[in-house]
Design a protein around this ligand. Structure first.
Ligand code: LMR
Length: 397
């Protein structure tokens, strides 16, 4: 049965963890996967999460099934976080949300639902995009194309190229956009550029699919949802995949959501009914723990304030590490100006290092990064940053 099965390549991101874990060097540094670690190099357990978990364990709750679309209080909290507490769309019943297995799970159920809805549509993702976007939508049966996005010359967005591509797409094309903290480049769209994209999406009848896995890591919870809220204001039907992996430091609990904005309450009910069929035949219903924690924290003023404070601290620490990396690279005589690293947003920096240079970082220095040159700045700390800066300077020589 399996004699013809070929060995698949390692996953470009999670495969790095496997290689990192097998590396015996004590000085190794993992800048591959997008995971925030604190200055001690540890994944933090947030105070609000810890307190809520304790209370849940003490309550010794039964472990029944969740509804197919997850915990109602969780779904409602997700909508408010994305669209704002006073969103008229929420009030009008035009938003539906299903708890999902992380942001990836949200993309997957969205992709499967879209495939049933519009099987011949194409999917457009940014060039470059998160490695899994293409694989995920191709896996759902779509043809995936790239729209121009990153301009290495300016370290910013090639907006003319991007808009030109969007304007050329057929009606119904699904356009995946990064709501904030573009992964992998850290180059975000400016407010006026978002406005233009919304205008084009509307005029060309495109299907926007906003992926927002890093809400809170650029400027804050509300500020980072600006683009999502503008789409909502524009009276468009669109999809949003969101995640609490990073913002709640709950990676392994797989806590995400798919939200869909429709034109009416009645449409929402019908769309949700179909989405539930996709979920039921996929994994039946989501797990309880992570969703219950997030719902409890977001539903309690004190816990929520504590969460937002810690999220703010994570955001600030990343910013400090960005500035520090720029400074240190200068000090160790790096042959390039890395000032752009301080401008990029979110967890990542697209360093411009080549695949060969990344390979040298790994083999010679035990520093792991994605072969595209993406490093996770959120994994830098005061103990490893000198070694990282000096290694980068050396592979540039
Ligand atoms: C990343 O880009 O590193 C994260 O989103 C983790 C993942 O699942 O790839």
């Amino acid at each position: 049965l399996f004699s013809a099965v070929e060995l698949a390549p390692r996953d470009p991101i999670l495969g790095l963890n496997e290689a990192f874990n097998a590396d015996p060097r004590p000085t190794k540094v993992n800048l591959g996967v997008g995971v925030y670690t604190n200055d001690e190099g540890k994944i933090p357990l947030l105070r609000a999460v810890r307190d809520t978990e304790k209370a849940r364990v003490d309550a010794a709750l039964p472990r029944g099934y969740l509804p197919i679309d997850g915990i109602a209080a969780y779904d409602s909290a997700v909508q408010k976080l994305l669209l704002g507490n006073d969103s008229p769309l929420i009030a009008a019943g035009r938003v539906l949300t299903a708890q999902a297995l992380g942001g990836t799970g949200a993309l997957k159920i969205g992709a499967d639902f879209l495939k049933r809805l519009n099987p011949n549509a194409k999917v457009a993702i940014s060039d470059p995009s998160w490695e899994n976007h293409r694989a995920l939508f191709e896996g759902a049966g779509f043809e995936v194309v790239n729209y121009p996005y990153y301009d290495p010359a300016t370290h910013g967005v090639n907006f003319a190229g991007m808009i030109g591509a969007l304007e050329s797409y057929a009606a119904g094309t699904i356009v995946v956009l990064h709501g904030c903290c573009h992964n992998p480049t850290g180059a975000d769209l400016k407010p006026e550029q978002w406005k233009k994209i919304i205008e084009v999406a509307k005029a060309r009848q495109l299907v926007p699919f906003l992926d927002i896995a890093y809400q809170g890591f650029a400027d804050g919870i509300d500020a980072d949802a600006t683009a999502v809220r503008w789409f909502a204001d524009a009276d468009l039907d669109f999809f949003v995949s969101s995640s609490f992996s990073k913002s709640f430091s709950l990676y392994g609990e797989r806590v995400g959501a798919l939200s869909i904005v429709t034109s009416s309450k009645d449409e929402s009910a019908r769309v949700l009914s179909q989405l539930k069929r996709v979920i039921r035949t996929n994994y039946s219903n989501p797990p309880t723990h992570g969703g219950a924690i997030v719902a409890a924290v977001l539903g309690n003023l004190e816990l929520r304030a504590s969460w937002e404070q810690e999220l703010g601290e994570m955001r600030e620490r990343i910013r400090t590490m960005r500035n520090s990396l720029v400074e240190k690279l200068k000090q160790v005589g790096a042959t390039r100006d890395f000032g752009f690293v301080a401008q990029q947003r979110g967890m990542f920096s697209y360093t411009g290092l080549s695949a060969e240079q990344v390979e040298r970082l790994r083999t010679e220095f035990g520093i792991y990064a994605v072969s595209t040159g993406r490093i996770c700045v959120a994994a830098l700390n005061t103990k490893n940053i000198d070694a990282v800066a000096s290694a980068i300077a050396q592979v540039l020589k």
